[in-house]
Design a protein around this ligand. Structure first.
Ligand SMILES: NC(=O)c1ccc[n+]([C@@H]2O[C@H](COP(=O)([O-])OP(=O)(O)OC[C@H]3O[C@@H](n4cnc5c(N)ncnc54)[C@H](O)[C@@H]3O)[C@@H](O)[C@H]2O)c1
Length: 435
């Protein structure tokens, strides 16, 4: 099948590449010339494990091309996927300008038998508006389906290749059948292909993210209570996780959720509720708890140093909003950096993949370190914000030698408090017994 994917960001690039890998002819279209130039030079504009090899292979076999020319990209395409960004505006509502721009640009160039498929996360009802807009501008309708994406950055290729489920929202069963055929190679292990209305498909994406964000805020709130009541959240987590009705996933306390999805999608859902006079009290709380949680780690730092904080130098390990990505959108590290810079602290930061993105924001306000240990040199303490695998078993002897004061603020509970304290460190976790 000939396919165009509009938007070659975290979702679009993975979608285009994986669809090419299953034998389709795919053109990735992006308006960002620098992105396309990077792709054409054989590099990736983002970091995503396993993606570069897959892009290289499919380009070599000429199943995958990139262009900034939308008309050339969609020419002859049977399927046109849209994966442009849908960020929040100032009110928390979803900014759909990129999506409408694509609708208007597609109208004069798509053929009658094209199927346009929205992968971008969009408010419920957008599918209908998109189809109406396209039909009005063309003078004739085309099929517009909704196909929310559930991939996780850091494991995006695997998630796309082996999805738990594929959800499509269609108005005509025939469109569902075309998409079923497209996804068949990815669903060979009996994982379901779920066909529903576009409205239900759009809603499914928000509900999935709302549930996951709720779990995170829930355990974070419980962790803060544990700390005050001298219970250890890690024991409590294990105590509840074995109950199959609860499980372990997404019940790790931390510095608050970030990323391009949970913050904007919970905000959007609240906004969608307001529009139809449904007060989403739980979602409001989830968001409020998360905003508060992003301040927990900086508060621990401030409480430890007191008035002596000004002029201190701290090391920070982990800046991406989660491991195995370079994405720093809404990352808790940014709140920490802003708070500590404002308090007169100098920062030596390290992240395996996100340094460039952080440098683009902070320039020479931070010291950027290529290695975790070089960040510790001369620092008065270490703050861990993201749980990259390589931070899990550090050499505490080396760390103690490099740091001016042996203190660790561990935002991800990577270490056992007793063991770290045994090495002579002052140790703060999230929801752990403090002494
Ligand atoms: N990132 C994730 O983990 C994830 C997961 C599931 C769903 N989503 C959803 O997928 C969508 C895309 O997210 P992302 O993280 O890939 O965003 P992104 O910002 O990484 O990529 C969006 C791309 O679209 C391009 N673009 C914007 N307007 C365009 C236009 N008119 N023509 C061509 N290209 C255009 C941008 O240049 C950019 O490269 C969002 O709606 C998001 O909510 C994201």
């Amino acid at each position: 099948m000939k396919i165009a994917v509009i938007g070659t960001g975290y979702v679009g690039l993975v979608t285009a590449t994986c669809l090419a890998d299953s034998g389709n002819d795919v053109v990735g279209v992006d308006k960002d010339q620098a992105k396309i130039a990077t792709l054409d030079s054989g590099k990736l504009p983002i970091y995503e494990p396993g993606l570069l090899e897959l892009v290289e292979r499919n380009r070599r076999d000429q199943r995958l091309l990139f262009t900034t020319d939308l008309a050339a990209g969609v020419k002859g395409a049977r399927l046109v996927f849209i994966a442009v960004g849908t960020p929040p505006d100032d009110t928390g509502a979803t900014d759909l300008r990129a999506l409408w721009a694509v609708a208007d640009a597609l109208a004069p160039i798509v053929s009658d038998d094209v199927i346009v498929i929205t992968k971008s996360t969009v408010p419920v009802g957008t599918n209908r508006q998109f189809a109406d807009r396209l039909a009005q501008k063309r003078g004739k309708p085309v099929d517009v389906a909704s196909n929310p994406e559930f991939l996780k950055e850091g494991a995006a290729v695997d998630d796309f290749m082996k999805p738990d489920r594929v959800v499509v929202g269609v108005r005509r069963p025939e469109v569902g059948e075309v998409l079923r055929e497209l996804y068949a190679p990815f669903l060979r292990t009996e994982h379901p292909f779920l066909v529903m209305s576009p409205e239900s498909a759009e809603m499914t994406k928000y509900v999935a993210n709302a549930m996951l964000a709720t779990k995170i805020s829930f355990i974070n709130e419980m962790a803060n209570l544990c700390e005050k009541l001298e219970a250890d959240v890690n024991d409590v987590r294990r105590g509840i996780g074995h109950d199959q009705r609860i499980g372990f996933q997404f019940l790790h306390p931390g510095p608050g959720y970030g990323g391009s999805c949970f913050p904007k999608d919970t905000k959007s859902l609240i906004h969608q509720g307001r529009r139809v006079q449904v007060d989403l009290a739980l979602m409001d709380a989830v968001e409020r708890v998360n905003d508060r949680q992003k301040k927990v780690l900086p508060a621990k730092v401030k409480a430890h140093y007191g008035p002596a904080l000004k002029g201190k130098c701290l090391a920070v390990w982990g800046l991406a909003f989660k491991p195995r990505t370079d994405d720093i959108r809404e990352a808790p590290s940014l709140t920490l950096i802003d708070d500590l810079l404002a308090a007169g602290v100098t920062l030596r930061v390290h992240d395996p993949e996100a340094l460039k993105n952080v440098r683009d924001i902070y320039g020479d306000k931070l010291t950027y370190c290529d290695r975790p240990y070089s960040a510790l040199e001369g620092a008065d303490g270490l703050v861990i914000v993201t749980e990259w695998q390589e931070f899990r078993h550090p050499d505490f002897f080396v760390m103690k030698r490099l740091l001016r004061e042996p203190v660790i603020f561990d935002g991800r509970n990577l270490f056992e408090p007793k063991a770290v304290r045994g090495h002579g460190f002052t140790y703060y976790g999230i929801g752990r017994v403090t002494a």
